[in-house]
Write a protein that binds this ligand. Structure first.
Ligand code: ADP
Ligand code: MG
Length: 134
């Protein structure tokens, strides 16, 4: 166990439906601390770079349209084992497989419009934090 930092995005579907407060409240209630925040709208180029590992997936262009469709709130989060703890709090990518009480079970609309992003490894957390907070 160690203190880690991770990157979260509150995605367009959640910003549109006024869920920022509810999601931040869950993050804080679970012992994670928000240490930086930025609200912005991704350009197509930035969204494509952020999701570069998915560029050959069939859902890529739809994902880019969705992620650029409205503002997002980007959060830098810190805590004990923050990367895995936040992934656990998010729940499965597909909300129909997500555990009860998770952010995606509570709020996601679909496998694409699933309300939140969270880094999945220490290496990706570092890359993603640098992408938004330099
Ligand atoms: P996660 O966000 O749980 O790490 P992935 O890295 O696999 O999931 O996918 C990145 C994002 O792409 C997902 O959060 C979701 O918005 C979208 N996505 C993933 N799989 C699909 C799919 N089969 N159809 C549509 N969108 C998808
Ligand atoms: Mg991922």
């Amino acid at each position: 166990m160690s203190t880690q930092q991770t990157l979260s995005i509150i995605k367009p579907d959640a910003v549109e439906r006024n869920l920022i407060g509810s999601i931040i409240s869950l993050i804080e209630k679970n012992g994670l601390k928000i240490i930086e925040a930025r609200m912005l709208q991704l350009s197509k180029e930035d969204a494509e770079n952020f999701y570069l590992i998915h560029k050959d997936k069939p859902f890529f262009s739809s994902l880019i349209n969705y992620m650029t469709s409205n503002k997002i709130l980007v959060l830098k989060i810190e805590g004990e084992n923050a990367i895995d703890e936040y992934r656990k709090l998010m729940g499965s990518t597909d909300p129909s497989n997500a555990d009860s009480g998770t952010i995606r079970k509570l709020f996601a609309e679909s496998i694409e419009r699933n309300s939140v992003h969270g880094s999945d490894t220490i290496e990706n957390a570092n890359i993603e934090i640098k992408f938004f907070f330099r």
